[in-house]
Design a protein around this ligand. Structure first.
Ligand code: RTP
Ligand code: MG
Length: 157
């Protein structure tokens, strides 16, 4: 017999602070409706240091300071999305970085509909499988080694 095996892929998705109040529920609904499994989900306020580390690839860009400021101004929703081809599919669902371009080329994308401008653009998605692995372990820690805790520290004998 022949078995076709389609491996799942994981990506990191972030609902950025500008979209948390008004668009979070809609975005989560569309993620689930598009066949992604939300494997992990948590709301986090990034510290400045974490935001700098998260976007370290952009350290030299003129917008880096504004980007860090924006990302730690309020809560973000961090999600691990699992699906075949998740990295590419989530990027497609987000649309281009600049919402003006998104409106022109992918009017149904999340950024076309929800983003205000090229900085405040509502969502993040890993740009490669390697990036996804790195950012997932940065945000969620080593989720594969969640062994039973050895104790809760109530006694210190
Ligand atoms: P992301 O990493 O957040 O998924 O976005 P992206 O790949 O589409 O865009 P990227 O080039 O990686 O930029 C990261 C984030 O920096 C902000 N940005 N501001 N003011 C500007 O010209 C500018 N360019 C980029 C956006 O928040 C962008 O998503
Ligand atoms: Mg990027």
């Amino acid at each position: 017999e022949i078995n076709f095996f389609f491996p799942k892929q994981q990506t990191l998705a972030v609902i950025k602070p500008d979209a948390m109040e008004e668009h979070r529920e809609k975005i989560l609904e569309e993620i689930r409706g598009s066949g992604f499994s939300v494997t992990q989900l948590k709301e986090t306020v990034l510290s400045r240091e974490m935001a700098e580390e998260f976007y370290k690839e952009h350290r030299e860009k003129p917008f880096f300071g504004q980007l860090v400021e924006f990302m730690c101004r309020g809560p973000c929703m961090m999600l691990i999305l699992t699906k075949e081809n998740a990295v590419e599919e989530w990027r497609a669902m987000m649309g281009p970085t600049d919402p003006d371009q998104a409106k022109a080329t992918c009017p149904n994308s999340l950024r076309a509909r929800f983003a205000s401008n090229i900085l405040h653009n509502s969502v993040h998605g890993s740009s490669s499988e390697q990036h996804a692995e790195e950012k997932i372990s940065f945000i969620f820690g080593d989720i594969c080694s969640d062994a039973e805790p050895t104790g809760d520290g109530e006694t210190d004998t």
